[in-house]
Design a protein around this ligand. Structure first.
Ligand code: GTP
Ligand code: MG
Length: 237
């Protein structure tokens, strides 16, 4: 057996182990009635800024909490905690993505049945997080206008594993000559029919529409579980 073959086998075992745990966690989330949303993007695309807005807007009406992953620092957890929601930082050290096991450990001691929404901000990376199911109901991929319209074409896997895309920093679109039509075309060519939202965490543009869509999705997910509980456990493609 070559070293290459062994490496591939170990990687497959790690991914399989992650999938099994993620599946169990998805069931646990559904049983507790908490709707779980994860966020993936390149570093600095605006995940934490967006989540600060989302947590602050949801808090008056819903019970919300967040986990946030980074290689180092608890900067993002401190920022998110300003919303008054419970927040925990996951420090991954040298690992470029979150894994189901890390999420499970970070949830230790939290009563999931006392939450309506749990948000998980992944490590900023457009490659590694794509392979790791975290048991979430809804995965968002964020793309900022400053990154270039071609990112969906260059990193198709992360767009393929997400349920919706958010174009962030739309307030900067004109300054960086963002080609809106090209960005939408590229997203749709990778993932036809994908829902796409344009938002600015600075001005609030597009936030109302996105919040309405999130609440609608949660209601629909609850209704689907109620009508067909056997469909409870699903896997991320
Ligand atoms: N103009 C503008 N700037 C933004 C917006 N959203 C985020 N930023 C800025 O972009 C930078 C990165 O934002 P973060 O929210 O930290 O991005 P992130 O994706 O959480 O970054 P990592 O967790 O390090 O991957 C910060 O300087 C933000 O102030 C936006 O909507 N408009
Ligand atoms: Mg962040």
């Amino acid at each position: 057996m070559t070293n290459q073959t062994r490496l591939v086998q170990v990687r497959q075992q790690v991914l399989k182990h992650n999938d099994v745990l993620a599946r169990a966690m998805r069931q646990r989330f559904h049983d507790a009635g908490v709707y779980v949303v994860s966020l993936v993007s390149s570093p600095g695309a605006g995940k934490t800024s967006f989540l600060e807005q989302v947590l602050t807007r949801l808090r008056p009406r819903h019970r919300v909490a967040a986990l946030v992953g980074d290689l180092a620092t608890d900067n993002d957890a401190q920022r998110l905690a300003r919303s008054q929601a419970p927040v925990r930082q996951i420090s991954t050290g040298t690992i470029c993505h979150l894994e189901a096991q890390m999420v499970e450990s970070a949830l230790d001691g939290w009563r999931l049945d006392e939450l309506d929404f749990l948000f998980i901000e992944n490590v900023g990376n457009l490659v590694c997080p794509a392979s790791y199911d975290l048991g979430e109901d809804y995965r968002l991929v964020l793309l900022s206008v400053t990154e270039g319209e071609d990112k969906p074409l260059k990193y198709p896997t992360i767009f393929n594993t997400a349920d919706a895309a958010i174009i962030t920093k739309i307030d900067l679109a004109a300054a960086v000559e963002f080609d809106r039509a090209a960005a939408h075309r590229n997203i749709q060519s990778v993932r036809p029919g994908m829902a796409v939202f344009e938002i600015s965490s600075k001005t609030g543009q597009g936030m109302d529409e996105w919040m309405n869509s999130l609440e609608f999705r949660r209601r629909e997910a609850k209704r689907a579980l109620f009508e067909s509980p056997l469909k409870n456990v699903t896997e991320r493609p």
